[in-house]
Design a protein around this ligand. Structure first.
Ligand code: ZN
Length: 196
């Protein structure tokens, strides 16, 4: 995840950096979701960028809806072709390495005002709704994870074992897996806390 922050809220950047450090130091222990910033309201719009293949639309929409359909939170994502928040398909760093990146911008109050999700177009993506091959990257899983970042959720401090109990906001994806598609208890606690 990459974060872009305006200079006048540098203090927030320090807070985010501390949150990252904390996540590293306590990784593997039972902690909780980690927040870096939040929207002032309880919803945002988004759209498919012009570089996004049509075959990536369903999986991307799935990722947004994963956070809209949580009963304990009022948060909603709404598709709007005029939105300034978009999802792109670009070469980030060639094959392997980063699968996707999310950037967001915050205002002087520290509220998120805009986001950008980018998928790496050099990866071996699986765009369907069934089960990906063992070496494939499940778009629905990655979309859910990246949209989680756009809410301000940082990588979780909860234990991540590479198993189906893992939170969507765990920091590492296992090829062929699909469990990030559905937010786990820890993810739900996070979104409910900030967008009740
Ligand atoms: Zn991430």
């Amino acid at each position: 995840m990459k974060i872009k922050i305006l200079p006048r809220v540098f203090s927030l950047m320090i807070a985010v950096m501390l949150a990252v450090l904390s996540a590293v130091l306590t990784w593997g222990t039972t902690q909780a979701y980690v927040f870096s910033a939040n929207w002032s309201g309880n919803g945002a719009t988004w759209k498919y960028g012009s570089s996004l293949p049509s075959s990536f639309q369903d999986g991307t929409s799935f990722g947004a809806y994963a956070w809209t359909s949580i009963g304990s939170s009022s948060w909603t994502y709404t598709y709007n072709s005029g939105s300034s928040n978009e999802v792109r398909y670009v070469n980030i760093d060639g094959g392997s390495g980063k699968l996707a990146e999310t950037s967001y911008w915050v205002d002087g109050q520290g509220y998120i005002t805009q986001f950008l999700i980018e998928y790496d177009n050099q990866e071996n993506w699986y765009t369907g709704s069934s089960t990906p091959g063992g070496s494939q990257i499940d778009l629905r899983s990655i979309a859910a994870h990246e949209f989680g970042h756009t809410l301000g959720l940082w990588h979780t401090d909860t234990t991540c074992n590479g198993t189906s109990s893992d939170a969507t906001m765990c920091p590492f994806y296992t090829g062929g897996s699909t469990w990030w598609r559905t937010p786990a208890t820890d993810d739900i606690a996070g979104i409910t806390d900030y967008y009740p």
